[in-house]
Design a protein around this ligand. Structure first.
Ligand code: FCB
Length: 452
């Protein structure tokens, strides 16, 4: 089906992604305030083994070594996030200069080593003080976010051109406020839907702020999109899959493109819907320069009376190859399909894959290396799917793998390893490049790869 070598366009952006709370550690250093993840992860039972990001990869103190590693592997673009509570320890008010200085040092070190930073403003670590005022369920948080965006883009606008406003509004609002498995651990549909609405508003309202401060800014949101299919041909399952698609994908995509929320889902949610003010959808639909897409898996969906909210559940087909994560089927075709769908539905907006990766049962082998053939295969197939989408005319401009090194995987603590660099937690957080790291280095270096 393919020629041997799959070449990518000349200016294709190859990168690695990470997020502040998952890697930085140093949670009490230099005036950082608490975030909702500090609080949530310290409540017994919220994370695997009661783990937290207190230490994580200690990137705060090892950032030079980590940037050297990226340079060594030919990772020329680095998607990182800023911890809001390092800049505003209580979410707003007084700026913490030491927090700004840390990111200044980080960005300078990147630029010096030929690594371009792409910055996410909000990767879930909301300052705890703002949560105490209702967090993103309180509309006031939209303005606090814009103030924070204003401060950091004014400070770093001369160095950083590419900005991602919000990471995965679905996960933040729904996992954090409906399922309660992420911080802040709330379980309430109306709250979750208000949060979802307000983070979309925060995205739209911050775009002019960013553009005002950053000459030549390019900005967009990172949505997690899954390819969704009905588990069977039954009418009930088809309807359930449609609801899942509307609640998971389209709820966070359609409003960005001036289409509002999917009508059928608005009726379904009924009295749980948040208040929507007159110009909200205009604010949300402020045009972005690109769409960042986090793609991991397909979801097969069936009708379920047990699910109170959308009466749908995910089902698993035992014969299908999965990642070590039960729920995350390995399905590269879904990446291709999601990209083609974006092209058709959303005016072929420029897209960057801002996350894609897998967790494996990685171990240090007798030879001192980490052999992760499943992850190499995972990347090979997902890069091929991306390549195929480009042949299909999708305006895909870059690919950031998740993630540089094993890190704090939210509710899963350190039990899930997603990195292409292994972190030896028993041995001073030593970094060991996995086989997948060498594979990535060769793909990035050659701007393509051979299919066999
Ligand atoms: C995504 C998150 C990222 C990481 C990966 C595995 O949902 O954005 O922080 O946890 O999943």
């Amino acid at each position: 089906m393919y020629s041997d070598f799959l070449p990518f366009p000349g200016n294709f952006v190859w990168g690695a992604a990470a997020a502040s709370y998952q890697i930085e550690g140093a949670v009490n250093d230099d005036g950082r305030g608490a975030s909702i993840w500090d609080v949530f992860s310290h409540v017994k039972g919220n994370t695997a083994d009661g783990e937290s990001g207190d230490i994580a990869c200690n990137h705060y103190n090892h950032y030079c070594e980590d940037i050297d590693l990226m340079q060594h592997l030919g990772v020329k673009h680095y998607r990182c996030s800023i911890a809001w509570s390092r800049i505003f320890p209580t979410g707003s008010g007084e700026v913490n200069q030491k927090g700004l200085d840390f990111y200044d040092r980080l960005f300078d070190a990147c630029l010096e080593k030929g690594v371009t930073p792409w910055v996410t403003l909000f990767h879930w670590d909301l300052p705890q003080t703002l949560q105490e005022k209702g967090g993103f369920a309180n509309r006031d948080c939209v303005d606090r976010f814009c103030d924070y965006a204003d401060t950091v883009t004014a400070r770093f606008g001369s160095k950083i051109k590419n900005w991602i406003t919000i990471n995965e509004p679905w996960v933040y609002s729904i996992c954090g406020h409906l399922y309660g498995v992420h911080a802040p651990g709330i379980k309430d549909l109306p709250t979750a839907l208000s949060v979802a609405h307000n983070v979309l508003l925060a995205h739209g309202k911050s775009l002019p702020v960013i553009r005002n401060n950053v000459p030549g800014a390019r900005a967009g949101i990172a949505n997690n999109l899954a390819w969704i299919e009905s588990a069977t041909n039954s009418e009930a399952d088809i309807a359930a899959a449609r609801r899942w698609d509307m609640a998971f994908n389209r709820w966070f995509m359609d409003p960005l493109f001036g289409k509002g929320y999917p009508e059928a889902m608005v009726s379904w949610y009924g009295g749980s819907m948040p208040e929507i003010k007159a110009h909200d959808f205009d604010i949300i639909a402020e045009p972005s320069d690109f769409l960042a897409v986090n793609y991991y898996t397909r979801r097969l969906v069936a009708h379920s009376e047990e699910d109170r909210h959308i009466k749908a559940k995910q089902v698993y087909r035992p014969h299908i190859k999965r990642a070590e994560f039960e729920e995350w089927e390995v399905y590269p075709e879904g990446l291709y399909k999601v990209l083609v769908d974006i092209k058709k539905r959303y005016n072929n907006i420029p897209v960057y894959i801002s996350e894609n990766g897998t967790t494996c049962l990685d171990v240090i082998a007798a030879d001192g290396c980490v052999h992760d053939p499943e992850r190499v295969e995972f990347y090979r197939r997902h890069f091929a799917a991306a390549w195929q989408a480009i042949q299909e005319g999708c305006d895909l401009r870059g690919f950031f793998v998740w993630t540089l090194y094993d890190n704090f995987e939210w509710g899963f603590g350190y039990t899930k390893r997603f990195g292409f660099v292994y972190i030896d937690r028993e041995n001073d957080l030593k970094r060991i490049i996995k086989d997948s790291g060498h594979f990535i280095a060769s793909v990035y270096g050659n701007n393509g790869f051979s299919i066999d």
